[in-house]
Design a protein around this ligand. Structure first.
Ligand code: MTE
Ligand code: MO
Length: 376
């Protein structure tokens, strides 16, 4: 069993698959802290967790026919060390809601396949410059990453990001060896992970083993034939993966984490209900507003942003937490609560999943709607 040496996980993580391990925490725990605790951070593995010894670890970089190699010590001492606050989210977060429209292919995620952390290590842009990569070199278009995890035929997990993102010091791509100030855990990529802020989880390659400076995207399955969006009418007979770009920046999203969907809630004495959630947007766009309604949009209220870091858009990589005491009409027994966020480019979320449905169930960012019963 290639999964026999996988790490022990926190019992609160709810698996949608055990081998490989994929799990998310209960949504109500997500809004308890701005920085998601490591052991409650969702896990999305495609393959067994690789065994890597710190002393033998080498990061290989391939550039113009040459291979460069860095030990963990090199990465920790040769370059300026930075700490970046960044949210990582799976493209399939909230897939379960999309499935209610029509089945899709993919793990059945709820709305907690997202987490916010601080990541520390050297900047990728500094390392690339160190080996002689020039920012204006027209022959370089993509930076490819390979993980040290591989399938039974020895094919590693792989992905790539645009060169512009990688070489831009303000792009804040970090080769992290620490998460929330602790040594990176096995599930989250020990000893080194590429953290690509503002970019879909799939490109934040864990157990980073090799970087390839290239004119083309990664040819991996995950870059070419997965993690792409499609027209809602495209099905498995008509889909052509070569026609859609690989997802990089993610669109604006929000979700209600408390109360729990389907729960029985008690109103405050002034007939209001406390609601909490997260909101985030890709590409370094900050959340500027979260709107909520208890009457299907007749009346919208703006929630209070309760936690957000001070970095400025378009380099704002962390999520925002929000909270509101929302007035609930008197005498109501059941109420539907909706939330939608607005980012610093005034992008907002689509109303429903019906018109953004896609066969892989990715990019599910419609208004979040939950129903709760009101206790008498
Ligand atoms: N990196 C490697 N090497 N192998 C993987 O399976 N999964 C990717 C990405 N990086 C993956 C990987 C996907 S799809 C996501 S959503 C994130 O890691 C999940 O990161 P996490 O497990 O730290 O939350
Ligand atoms: Mo993912």
């Amino acid at each position: 069993d290639p999964y026999a040496r996988d790490p022990i996980r926190h019992p609160a993580l709810k698996p949608s698959s055990k081998k490989p391990f994929n799990a998310e925490p209960p949504p109500t725990l997500l809004t308890e802290s701005f920085v998601t605790p490591v052991d409650l951070f969702y896990v999305r593995n495609h393959l067994p967790v690789p065994e890597i010894s710190e002393n033998d670890y080498k990061l290989e970089i391939h550039f113009q026919g040459k291979d460069y190699s860095f030990s963990l010590d090199d990465l920790k001492t040769k370059f300026e060390q930075v700490t970046v606050t960044a949210t990582v989210m799976c493209a399939g977060n909230r897939r379960g809601e999309m499935t209610e429209i029509k089945p899709v292919k993919g793990l059945n995620w709820g709305h907690a396949a997202i987490g916010n952390a601080t990541w520390s290590g050297p900047r990728l842009s500094d390392i690339l410059r160190y080996i002689g990569v020039k920012e204006n070199d027209p022959s370089i278009q993509h930076i490819q990453f390979e993980g040290l995890d591989h399938d039974v035929s020895n094919v590693p997990y792989g992905a790539s990001i645009p060169f512009n993102k990688a070489i831009d010091p303000k792009g804040d791509v970090v080769l992290a060896y620490e998460m929330n100030g602790e040594v990176l855990s096995k599930d989250h990529g020990f000893p080194i992970r590429a953290v690509v802020p503002g970019t879909v989880g799939a490109r934040n390659v864990k157990w980073l083993g090799r970087i390839i400076v290239s004119d083309v995207e990664s040819d991996s399955h995950w870059q070419q034939n997965d993690y792409k969006g499609f027209n809602p009418s495209v099905d498995w007979d008509t889909v052509d993966f070569s026609k859609s770009p690989a997802i990089q920046e993610l669109p604006v999203i929000s979700a209600i984490c408390s109360p729990d969907s389907g729960s029985v809630v008690k109103l405050n004495s002034n007939s209001s209900l406390n609601m909490k959630g997260y909101a985030w947007s890709g590409g370094g766009r900050r959340i500027v507003r979260v709107d909520v309604t208890a009457d299907s949009g007749k009346t919208w209220h703006s929630a209070n942003i309760t936690a957000q870091d001070s970095s400025k858009e378009p380099h704002h990589w962390g999520w925002s937490l929000w909270s509101i005491d929302l007035p609930i009409p008197q005498g109501v027994r059941e109420v539907e609560l909706w939330a939608k966020a607005v980012d610093s480019a005034y992008n907002t979320q689509p109303e429903t999943f019906a018109n953004i449905w896609n066969l892989r169930g990715v990019l599910g960012n419609a208004y979040h709607r939950i129903r709760v019963q009101v206790a008498s």
